[in-house]
Design a protein around this ligand. Structure first.
Ligand code: SF4
Length: 363
């Protein structure tokens, strides 16, 4: 269904179920900003998992957050009932489900929130008061418009307009922390820092090869007199170590060492970041650093980085985009991306951004 913006009664207290992935959370920010703008007097509360909730700390899109932690205080049937009781006490009048899961609608239904708005996915339409049909991709294109279309079609935001970048706020104190942290790793003094994020939580089909990341990092170190920081989650630590072991130069491995906000602050100190199509790509683009993203199995037009300082390297193959977590054939999409391809794009981008070998710590 579609409700026109001027037909929707102004909500007083809105619960927004945020997405569970960092990249999606970033891509949904324009929609959240549009809703905040349309209902400045409403109290907007974000229900998000712990890691993702940190992303919203410095974004003025909600009044506050409720952390949903199914691994700790909301674990099991008892923890789930505790969450529902907490939400009932809040007496929200509207629930907006950016997450597509049935579970999100189930929570809003059990919390007795009168208006429940979300895409009609996962068989959850009967639980929603305002199920919105998913528009054909041609109507939204990039994933960021997917979220904006939901709000627009539900009457909660104005018609989506083109997005040129999605900025993420980093506070000066966070940057100062990053500067000190980098110094403590042994990289004192002016440095040209290159961030490399070889992982992708979605699965191996999104990951360029670790030994090629290693060769690329070595070449960039030599060309730019740089130092390399390897980023990633705790689960990606072995991958980061595999990459480091394949390098001739010594990188600093930060995978699994930081919180989300610390990771954001550290990324903001890099002169260029090399990633797969991953959360790291969207974070790097969001904090405004030049980013080179390697795409293989995924659709650039749907999940590409939104930043004028982002470049993409891709080897065209007929089977892409495929959506697989693990490649069922010969991984030609990523095998076809040579170190030289990414190296040239990275150097050109560095040059274009007029990134020079200057002290970064005073920024
Ligand atoms: S099926 Fe094709 S696009 Fe998908 S991972 Fe394999 S090679 Fe890449």
């Amino acid at each position: 269904m579609t409700v026109r913006p001027d037909e929707f009664p102004p909500p007083r207290k809105i619960l927004v179920r945020a997405t569970n992935w960092v990249g999606d959370a970033i891509l949904s920010l324009p929609a959240l900003r549009a809703m905040r703008q349309r209902f400045p007097a409403a109290e907007i509360v974000l229900l998000a998992k712990p890691y993702v909730s940190d992303l919203y700390q410095q974004e003025a899109v909600a009044n506050r957050g409720i952390i949903y932690n199914p691994k700790k205080e909301h674990r099991g049937p008892g923890g789930f009932c505790k969450l529902i009781a907490e939400l009932r006490r809040e007496q929200f009048d509207t629930a907006v489900l950016l997450q597509n899961a049935f579970h999100a609608a189930w929570i809003a239904y059990l919390a007795r929130i009168p208006a429940r708005i979300g895409y009609a996915t996962e068989g959850r339409a009967p639980l929603l008061t305002h199920p919105v049909e998913v528009p054909p991709p041609v109507h939204y294109g990039h994933q960021s418009y997917y979220y904006m279309q939901l709000l627009y079609r539900a009457g909660l935001a104005e018609r989506p307009t083109p997005i040129e970048r999605i900025r993420l706020a980093i506070q000066p104190a966070e940057k100062n922390w990053a500067v000190k942290y980098i110094k403590n790793t042994g990289l004192a003094g002016p440095r040209f820092l290159i961030g490399v994020s070889p992982g992708a939580a979605y699965g191996p089909a999104k990951r360029w090869l670790a030994d090629r990341f290693a060769q690329l990092a070595d070449r960039l170190i030599e060309a730019l007199h740089a130092d390399v920081l390897i980023f990633g989650s705790k689960a990606e630590r072995p991958l980061a170590e595999t990459m480091a072991q394949a390098m001739r130069h010594m990188p600093v491995i930060l995978a699994g060492e930081t919180s989300l906000r610390q990771w954001m602050a550290l990324l903001s100190q890099c002169r260029v970041v090399i990633t797969n199509d991953s959360g790291a790509m969207h974070v790097a683009a969001g904090v405004g650093v030049p980013v080179v993203a390697i795409f293989g199995s995924t659709d650039l037009s749907a999940t590409g980085p939104i930043s004028p300082r982002a470049r993409v390297v891709q080897h065209a193959v007929d089977c892409s985009p495929c959506g697989y977590h693990i490649c069922p054939i010969d991984f030609r999409c990523m095998n076809g991306v040579a170190v030289e391809d990414v190296y040239r794009v990275a150097l050109t981008l560095v040059k274009e951004c007029r990134v020079t070998h200057e002290p970064r710590f005073e920024d």
